[in-house]
Design a protein around this ligand. Structure first.
Ligand code: ZN
Length: 151
C-alpha cells in the first residue's frame, strides 16, 4: 500500500472513531438529562415484544453494515500475489513490487517491431519489468499469465 493510501486509511479510521465517540457522548448527555422516571414510564408503556423486535432489527442492521464495510474495504485493497517478479491481482492486472502502483505496457523488447516480449513500466518509480522463464529467457505476458495460478 502506498504511503498516501495509508495516510488516507488512518485518517478515515480516526474520523470514524471520533464520530462514534461523539455519538456515544451525545447519547449519554440525552440519557443523563432526561428524568429517570420518564424512561421507566416509556419502558412500562412499550410492550416487551416490541423492545425485543427493535433490538433484533438493530442487531441485523449492525451486522449488515459491518459486512458491507468489510466488503468495501476488500474491494478497495485488492489482494496481490508476487509472480515472476511483479505483483498480480485476481484479474491478471500487474502492479509494481516496490510501491504497488499499477503497471502499464511501455513497449516491447528487442529491435523487431511487434516481435519482442512486452515491457511493463511503473509510472511512479520508472522501473521496467519483463517476464522471464526459469531458464532466464524472456516470455510473453500471455505465457506468464498461463503460469500464474491464484492461490
Ligand atoms: Zn514502482
Amino acid at each position: 500500500m502506498s504511503p498516501v493510501a495509508k495516510i488516507k486509511e488512518t485518517l478515515l479510521e480516526h474520523i470514524v472513531l471520533t464520530a462514534l465517540g461523539v455519538i456515544g457522548l451525545l447519547l449519554l448527555v440525552i440519557w443523563r438529562s432526561v428524568d429517570p422516571a420518564v424512561w421507566v414510564k416509556i419502558l412500562n408503556a412499550v410492550p416487551k415484544q416490541v423492545l425485543w423486535a427493535w433490538l433484533g432489527l438493530a442487531s441485523i442492521v449492525a451486522v449488515l453494515e459491518g459486512a458491507y464495510i468489510f466488503h468495501l474495504q476488500r474491494q478497495a485493497t485488492p489482494k496481490l500475489l508476487l509472480h515472476l517478479g511483479v505483483l498480480w491481482d485476481k484479474k491478471h492486472n500487474l502492479y509494481c513490487p516496490k510501491d504497488e502502483t499499477p503497471l502499464f505496457q511501455s513497449g516491447r523488447s528487442g529491435n523487431v517491431v511487434g516481435r519482442g516480449v512486452e515491457v511493463f513500466k511503473c509510472p511512479k518509480c520508472d522501473n521496467q519489468y519483463t517476464f522471464k522463464n526459469d531458464d532466464g529467457s524472456l516470455i510473453y505476458y500471455k505465457d506468464a499469465k498461463e503460469k500464474f495460478s491464484w492461490r
